[in-house]
Structures are given as structure tokens and as C-alpha cells.
Ligand binder design. Structure first.
Ligand code: SF4
Ligand code: SF4
Length: 70
């Protein structure tokens, strides 16, 4: 199975909730990036480990994460 996780980066407020619930610990705030709102946005560090559980997408208060599996 392959997974794809997409973040609407400019709408992320950097709250870190998605990172806190990922069972594979592959979601992190990217401190090398500052988005339009002035936050470090979340992203996936190693997509090959993603199990497409969608926990990150479900917990995001602003619903900016999309999880797809193929
Ligand atoms: S779908 Fe699940 S495993 Fe994949 S990044 Fe989100 S929380 Fe982590
Ligand atoms: S839960 Fe949503 S708003 Fe919060 S850091 Fe993750 S993607 Fe950004």
C-alpha cells in the first residue's frame, strides 16, 4: 500500500496536534519553513512509513490534511 498525505500548508497554524497522534511518529513541524500565517507548518518526514490511518487528518482542527491510499 502506498499513502499520500497532503497538507494545505498556508492554512496550518502549527499547533502540532497531528504530530502528537501519528502512530508512526512521522508528522513534524518543519522549522525550516514559515507559512503565510507566520507558523512552521506540519509535514510528513517519511511517507514510506505511513499506514494511511488518517489520525492526523481527523484531529486537525482546521481540516487541512488529506490522506489518500492507493
Ligand atoms: S495517516 Fe496515520 S500514519 Fe500516516 S501520517 Fe497521518 S497519522 Fe501518521
Ligand atoms: S493539526 Fe492541522 S493546524 Fe495543527 S499543526 Fe497539524 S496540520 Fe497544522
Amino acid at each position: 500500500m502506498e499513502a499520500k498525505v497532503t497538507f494545505d500548508v498556508d492554512r496550518c497554524k502549527g499547533c502540532g496536534l497531528c504530530a502528537s497522534v501519528c502512530p508512526k511518529q512521522i508528522v513534524a513541524l518543519d522549522e525550516t519553513v514559515t507559512n503565510r500565517k507566520g507558523y512552521h507548518p506540519a509535514g510528513v518526514t517519511d511517507i514510506s512509513k505511513c499506514i494511511a490511518c488518517a489520525s492526523c487528518a481527523k484531529i486537525c482542527p482546521d481540516s487541512i490534511i488529506t490522506v489518500e491510499k492507493f
